[in-house]
Design a protein around this ligand. Structure first.
Ligand code: URP
Ligand code: ZN
Ligand code: ZN
Length: 464
């Protein structure tokens, strides 16, 4: 199938011009002005932006966690992502303690294979890594899994000690791969949580009040220091606070190879959401927790000045009914995570570009290009160039929507609430194209389950 997009304003991380894009055999074939090439399908993009499809490098689909399983699987989660203008996601597979990471990869392939609406890759969460299994990391890289996530949080579950972190980082660095870090001092936080529960503090807001930003900063500092000695690029995931950002900025100024992402929840939501009536605050129980509102300006500054390189969702949805309710009497039993994969592009465009905080080019960099570069997908993904995959979003800057579970244009996630309920956005992804095929047409899904493919990612390519 060939497709010709006419008269769009084509925006990449560095370009901004009016033109036409001709797509053939799943790739961008020709870009030019007033193209008159015969095509099977034609889209008139007059008055619209043509963006590279979004790349969301942080999701948890069909993930066993907190005594339950995240509510979106690879079918529903990728379909929701597609509606929101994301055409590639990188999900976190988990190696459980004692298990081979290669077996874990097989498990995650089975969860996703033949089910997805968009292309996807995997990071591997490593929960133990003895010397005799370090060879697996190279095999994972050969299989296209070129990044690993380590947790300083969740003792007894996903937590790894500093020795494991160093061993894994050393080998990852030798192999030319990247380590993603959940940077929070989980050991100290667990002590604070135990004390709070003893004092009868069980409401959702205590999830935030027991996780000080200083413990995120400490984890961030430690992760960066260990990575520096291990000689590996480190990527701090879901950075939420000014204190943690300060550590990233200091390290980058010193020339350390550190990257960081933040997420829409830390840019648009804040601690006050935990103070809502009854158990409502459980909807926002995620880790790191939502912070005091003033942190948001600091995060935007980090994005503007390049200390934060991308915006991911950390999409990890649990239904309010039955799942979040597991912690009705004890905040530490509320499954950690929130939905967002569908709303990222519209939220960031509205708050960032319309809000006068970032340029159009920066918007593309933060939501697509940067993650594609860091995680070995560029230039196949993350840009609009001849030879790149034709993953494109026709974005209407004038279209207004109210994000709501009741709005069929803004909520396809299989979860019974939307974390951004009632947020009004101007600018919306109208047509979404994945490898040359229209998959979302004005809120209607017109793709097919299994359209998406597993993407073997390349090695880290040294982009700062
Ligand atoms: O609360 C969160 N973020 N849940 C998902 C797991 C993680 O830490 O990324
Ligand atoms: Zn995490
Ligand atoms: Zn996560």
């Amino acid at each position: 199938m060939s497709l010709l997009i006419k008269n769009g304003r084509i925006i990449t991380a560095v370009d901004d011009y009016h033109g036409d894009v001709f797509i053939d055999a799943e790739r961008v074939a020709v870009i030019g002005k007033d193209l008159s090439i015969e095509a099977d399908q034609l889209i008139d993009a007059t008055g619209k932006y043509v963006f590279p499809g979004g790349v969301d490098p942080h999701t948890h689909l069909d993930m066993p966690f907190g005594g339950t399983t995240s509510a979106d699987d690879f079918e529903t989660g990728t379909l929701a992502a597609a509606h929101g203008g994301t055409t590639t996601l990188i999900d976190y597979a988990i190696q459980f303690k004692g298990e081979s990471t290669l077996a874990a990869l097989e498990t995650w392939h089975k969860k996703a294979d033949g089910k997805t609406a968009i292309d996807y890759g995997f990071h591997m969460i490593v929960t133990d890594m003895e010397d005799d299994r370090l060879w697996e990391l190279k095999r994972l890289a050969d299989e296209g899994v070129t990044s690993y996530k380590l947790f300083m949080a969740y003792p007894g579950l996903l937590y790894v000690d500093d020795g494991t972190i160093f061993r894994t980082m050393r080998k990852a660095g030798e192999n030319g791969t990247v380590v993603c870090m959940h940077a929070e001092n989980g050991i100290v936080i667990d002590e604070i949580v135990k004390r709070a529960l003893k004092e009868g503090k069980t409401a959702p807001k205590y999830h935030a009040l027991t996780r000080p930003t200083r413990m995120e900063a400490e984890g961030t500092h430690r992760a960066i220091s260990i990575a520096e000695v291990a000689d590996v690029p480190v990527y701090i995931v879901h950075l939420s606070s000014s204190d943690a950002l300060e550590q990233v900025t200091l390290a980058r100024n010193r020339g350390v190879n550190v990257y960081a992402e933040t997420c829409p929840q830390y840019l648009f939501l804040d601690y006050s959401y935990y103070e809502q009536e009854g158990f409502e605050g459980a909807k926002y129980v995620m880790t790191p927790a939502l912070r005091e509102k003033w942190n948001q300006d600091e995060l935007w500054r980090g994005l503007q000045f390049g200390d934060l390189q991308s915006i991911a969702t950390d999409h990890c949805p649990f239904c309010f009914k039955e799942q979040k309710e597991l912690g009705i009497d004890d905040f530490s039993k509320i499954p950690n995570g929130a939905p967002g994969v569908e709303n990222r592009m519209a939220l960031v465009y509205n708050g960032g570009v319309n809000g006068g905080r970032i340029t159009l080019n920066k918007f593309v960099e933060l939501t697509s290009t940067s993650a594609a570069k860091t995680f070995g997908l560029f230039p196949k993904k993350g840009t609009i160039a001849v030879g790149s995959d034709a993953d494109l979003v026709i974005f209407n800057p004038g279209r207004e929507e109210t994000i709501s579970i009741k709005n069929p244009c803004t909520h396809h996630m299989r979860v019974d609430y939307n974390a951004y309920e009632g947020f009004r956005v101007k600018g919306f992804p109208e047509t979404v194209i994945s490898r040359g095929k229209i998959i979302v047409d004005n809120c209607d899904y017109v793709g097919r389950k299994g359209d998406g493919q597993f993407i073997k990612r390349g090695l880290y390519s040294g982009i700062r």
